[in-house]
Design a protein around this ligand. Sequence first.
Ligand code: GDP
Length: 431
Amino acid sequence: LPVLAVVGRPNVGKSTLVNRILGRREAVVEDVPGVTRDRVAYDASWSGRQFTLVDTGGWERDVTGLAARVAEQAELAVAAADAVLLVVDATVGATDTEDAVVRVLRRAGKPVVLAANKVDDQKAESDALALWNLGLGEPYPVSALHGRGSGDLLDAIIAVLPQPRPAEAVPQGPRRVALVGRPNVGKSSLLNALAGEDRVVVDPTAGTTRDPVDELVELGGRDWRFVDTAGIRRRVHLQQGADYYASLRTKTAVDKAEVAVLLLDASEPLAEQDIRIASMVSESGRALVLAFNKWDLLDEERHEILEREIDRDLAMVRWAPRVNISAMTKRHLDKLVPALDTALEGWETRVPTARLNSFLGQLVSATPPPVRGGKQPKILFATQAGAAPPRFVLFTSGFLEAGYRRFIERRLREEFGFAGSPISISVRVRE
Ligand code: GDP
């Protein structure tokens, strides 16, 4: 949903206006100093359009200095929102604080709607007109208390909010898959088993072995594009610099793909190179499925050892779905498509801002971040900056230790899934 941030000095009637927009009185808790509000983002709607309303008032008490804190609200709002609602007390008019906010907003170039609040009667309308001076366009006179003018204000807000994306992430064409793994794990055997020998791409000319070739393979009734399969098909075994070219090819294939299938030989100890490729894929930001091949060769003892190796060496991709297959006997090859679907779904997950913030609010009040330098860092607001893979930005009032970041990642995964996808969490600290 598009995000609207509400910015304004204390006492301009921001909370009352937020309540008015939400249409429910209980939504915003009274601002009792020292009481951490667990939510800063709410779902709102007007004439059939939904949006997320971010109440920057929730951040106020962490900062000192009035002008500074309102300017910071504006900066946060700008970073996190699609549009900004600036609330001004029309009976007071524009102060230096508003001037500072306007500078921040103008620099960011985000659309701003100006609410001239406390216009409770006809007489105060001229106060509202004075706010044209801010250079933000038409001031919308409202009385948050009485509800006056809020319809026109909401119409103006809806007009500047971006249209919701049409039908979330319609995949264009076949999904792109990179089949990767060190030599001899069975990549070409698997590709043959999946695509059939008849679709083998014939080497056109000698010396062109480094040309990438994509292959369309039908699996589970759908086409999948396996990228850069030339090297796999031809079983190129270069002597000099083989490792270098192999890893370069792996990297380019992964970069072109949406999802990687990392093939591993279950019958042998995990190799250094397996672990390197796993790390590379997890850092590439692509979805990942782990496929353990040659399962037909496994006995009980090797199986147990393998599980321990996975725990120890593949912890960085613990989130990836896993299939245990045999390219030779075709064991469990039908499990590959569900695993790919799971991974791609996790990769494209979008968490609504309001849900994300209410979840983090509860999490942080149950388990606050460790105190540093005598201060308790707070998470003020969070937003998902992008998907594929999911990327989150946390705005905080202090440094969050690596251990606490990992804790947050773990809990986000428990709550929202993201199976098969790396996720990133970046933290923006305000001093
Ligand atoms: P690539 O280098 O990763 O493409 O590996 P290949 O597909 O060339 O396979 C390497 C060797 O492993 C070949 O001798 C294959 O016959 C063998 N192999 C591949 N998959 C399996 C499997 O599922 N089970 C067994 N037992 N052998 C396999």
